[in-house]
Design a protein around this ligand. Structure first.
Ligand code: SF4
Length: 286
């Protein structure tokens, strides 16, 4: 049995930077409490490890004091929350991914110039909630061609993408928007890391008998990887850790493909490989 890992799998630049910064804080002995605003990344194993070491995830900032510091995760926050934290003089460690910051700046700039804002993405995703918070929560958020079709006619609008959507979703929805908006300014803000992971997963899933997607069940980019892999390999499973692997699954399998969402640390990928190798000791790993 061969195990092939996708060329681009696991931690992306933004997540790596945020996780390293959070672990750095464990050496900070200034007596302040450190929190993350929401789960730092969409990976329950990393979140619970940080909690065990004293960095808790919180959803509300009301009770924070000057003795606290807060880490802003890669998804970013709204302008209102940002200003609230500043007013309360809470120390901020802003780990908003620079690619997400760029989207926030575009939205804020065009909103101030009088453009309607359209975000292609999931209205419940924290990144989209944060970005919408830079245009006073006024954006139209669309996540399907059907959503786009029921938008009102607009004179001028600026459209951006949630960084983790697929290129196909962007193209399909943009087609409709071009017919609905007189003056449409578009910024394809899909992150390159996302695109590369999706492309590698797509290619690999065409070559294998079973495809394993490792990542948090609540991770949007992991869900999309799963969907892409399923379209080429019906035998696709998603897991969060090696513990979920059923060794019987690999009995008659020749080639196993592995990919992992942008919030999946390398050690979880390695544990999965070890577990699969343990099921067929005579086989090789690539
Ligand atoms: S997926 Fe892209 S935008 Fe999101 S955190 Fe990673 S590098 Fe940043």
């Amino acid at each position: 049995m061969k195990i092939l890992v996708a060329n681009n799998a696991g931690f992306c630049f933004g997540v790596k930077r945020a996780v390293e910064k959070a672990y750095d804080q464990l050496n900070n002995k200034d007596g302040k409490n450190t929190y993350t605003y929401g789960d730092l990344i969409h990976n329950p194993q990393v979140v619970s490890d940080l909690e065990g070491k004293g960095i808790k995830s919180i959803k509300k900032i009301e009770n924070l004091t000057k003795n606290d510091r807060i880490i802003i995760r890669t998804h970013g926050i709204s302008e209102k929350i940002y200003n609230n934290l500043k007013e309360k003089k809470i120390e901020l460690i802003d780990m908003t991914c620079p690619f997400v910051k760029r989207v926030q700046k575009i939205v804020n700039g065009y909103y101030k110039k009088g453009y309607c804002i359209i975000i292609i993405g999931d209205k419940n995703h924290p990144e989209v909630i944060g970005v919408n918070g830079w245009c006073n929560d006024s954006a139209f958020v669309v996540k399907s061609v059907d959503d786009a079709k029921i938008l009102p006619h607009l004179n001028k609008a600026c459209v951006v993408a949630q960084t983790t959507i697929t290129q196909e979703m962007w193209d399909d929805i943009l087609d409709i928007l071009n017919k609905k908006v007189d003056e449409l300014i578009s910024f394809n803000t899909i992150c390159d890391a996302t695109h590369k992971r999706q492309k590698s997963a797509e290619e690999l899933s065409k070559e294998v008998d079973i495809m394993i997607v490792i990542g948090g069940k609540n991770s949007s980019n992991t869900q999309k990887l799963k969907k892409i892999c399923e379209s080429n390999c019906k035998n696709t499973i998603q897991i969060e850790s090696a513990g979920e692997i059923d060794i019987n699954t690999f009995r008659d399998v020749d080639i196993v493909g592995i990919t992992a969402g942008a919030s999946t640390p390398d050690y979880l990928i390695e544990e999965v490989i070890k577990k699969i190798m343990g099921t067929r000791k005579e086989d090789s790993n690539e």
